[in-house]
Design a protein around this ligand. Structure first.
Ligand code: GDP
Ligand code: ZN
Length: 461
């Protein structure tokens, strides 16, 4: 017989709370073997999307005080019966709960098995599938970590705050419904409605930001600058691995700004090849130059190409002023020819106290030094040296859709509140919002999405 699977689905956090998730046929029965509620109610007899306070017991000994969240098939992430135990006794206790559940008939989940179930049961929708393919496509730990859990503190904090408040309110309603003599819901809906309004406003602002902040999906804004004929278009071509930009011997040919997306070991670069920056009276070219200046202002990363077979020119000095304190990699191009510019010269000219400017010798023509350039970019990214303002980012479509789901669930709560519906009518929506928010912080997804995707859907093919 198929056994339910069980795993610790979050690392134990600072408050000592860890979640043990159990899912699959028979999950609720297994949960009931170790979970004891004060009124001895069985989880099996409870409605889906409800939370229950109680204890995990090993024989007669209390192991931990927990909240059990019940999600019945098909209303769970895996579409199968699911119980999540929020434990708070610290990592040893969480492990103990896990082993008790295994004793009771569950088996340890393989990495990624929850998501695998979700996939197989058709739980992941289009946008999620898209995000998953982004992840597979990106093939790099950073992007994976970012999309799953490595969110900047700000976002995580906002989501977690709402998520905690939502679960608190759900638990409160459930308790009041369980024990109406002691817990009163008088005046409660009005208060909840005010909270819901605040949560909705926060989610809306995050969603608005998502539009401008899809950095990993759309890429690091990278601008290639340099005087005409330095080799900008040639560089873009080698990065792209194809002849896309127009390369000519005539200075100032690249008048249109070319924009390409490049996947550099999973880090997306949105690369813009600007017209050569030069002081010119030529009207058409000037437009390009003005544009280039604007692009530099918006850039996350500048690739500044110098024709190192020539001396530094007046134009180069102008360009160096333009760079300001932008993250910059200086490329001494045309190393296949005799070099007339040195790294020291460049560094001292740009700004002596700007220590983290990187200088790399390349030959766009001979495809030399390009690997080093790519490694330098990825290293800067990993080290957090390329920063993307300090905005809050929703890093992918999956998070964005989860945010949207959460808003929709909360809007339903609001509608129910306005219509004076009974409390148990909207606890389902509150739970849905809780689950959706967890998907953003990675907590409803399972910690091993990374392994899941790779081990189950990629490596094996
Ligand atoms: P852009 O105006 O900065 O975009 O420069 P292009 O990429 O159009 O290149 C200008 C000229 O320099 C072309 O003739 C290229 O073939 C040549 N070029 C570009 N990179 C190199 C290089 O690494 N070595 C040599 N020898 N020539 C190069
Ligand atoms: Zn060009």
């Amino acid at each position: 017989m198929e056994k339910p699977i069980v795993a610790i689905s979050t690392a134990v956090n600072y408050a000592g709370i860890g979640i043990v998730r159990l899912s699959g046929p028979g999950a609720i029965q297994v949960a009931d073997k170790v979970f004891v509620s004060p009124k001895n109610k069985k989880l099996e007899d409870q409605k889906t999307h409800t939370i229950h306070y109680g204890f995990i017991k090993d024989q007669d000994e209390v192991v931990d005080e927990v909240l059990a969240m019940l999600m019945k098939a098909p209303h769970s992430y895996t579409k199968e019966d699911t119980v999540e135990f929020n434990c708070h006794g610290g990592i040893h206790i969480v492990r103990k709960v896990l082993s008790l559940l295994i004793e009771a008939g569950a088996r340890p989940a393989e990495p990624g098995e929850f998501t695998k179930k979700a996939f197989l049961n058709g739980r992941l929708d289009l946008s999620q599938a898209e995000a998953v393919s982004d992840l597979i496509y990106s093939q790099n730990d950073y992007a994976l970590k970012s999309s799953v859990g490595q969110l900047r503190g700000n976002l995580r904090e906002k989501i977690e705050t709402i998520r905690k408040a939502v679960i608190y309110n759900t638990a409160f309603i459930e308790s009041a419904l369980d024990d109406p003599e002691h817990i009163s819901l008088d005046g409660y809906p009005e208060k909840l409605e005010m909270d819901v309004d605040i949560w909705l406003a926060t989610l809306k602002s995050l969603l608005d930001n998502a539009e401008s902040g899809k950095i990993l999906k759309e890429g690091i804004k990278t601008v290639i600058i340099g005087r005409p004929n330095a080799g900008k278009s040639s560089l873009l071509n080698v990065l792209l691995g194809e002849e896309r930009a127009i390369v000519t011997d005539i200075a100032g040919t690249t008048r249109d700004i070319l924009e390409e997306t490049i996947n550099l070991k999973g880090i997306m670069l949105q690369v813009i090849d600007t017209a050569g920056i030069r002081n010119t009276k030529d009207a058409i070219e000037k437009i390009g130059v003005e544009k280039a200046k604007q692009y530099v202002d918006k850039a996350d990363l500048i690739l500044y190409v110098i024709d190192a077979s020539d001396k530094l020119s007046e134009e180069d000095l102008d360009i160096m002023k333009l760079i300001g304190d932008k993250k910059t990699i200086v490329l001494l191009n045309k190393t296949d020819l005799a070099l007339n510019v040195t790294e020291e010269e460049v560094l001292s000219t740009i700004n002596s106290n700007k220590s983290d400017i990187k200088v790399i010798q390349i030959s766009a023509k001979e495809n030399e030094g390009i690997t080093k350039l790519e490694e330098t970019i990825t290293a800067m990214f990993y080290d957090g040296k390329i920063s993307f303002n300090n905005e809050i980012y929703i890093t992918n479509a999956r998070q964005q859709s989860a945010l949207l789901e959460a808003s929709q669930s909360l809007s339903s709560v609001k509608t129910s509140l306005e219509a004076n519906m009974p409390e148990d009518f909207y606890t389902i929506d509150l739970m849905d919002a809780y689950e959706s928010l967890g998907k953003i912080t990675g907590e409803s997804i399972g910690e091993d999405l990374v392994n899941e995707i790779f081990s189950k859907f990629c490596m094996g093919k």
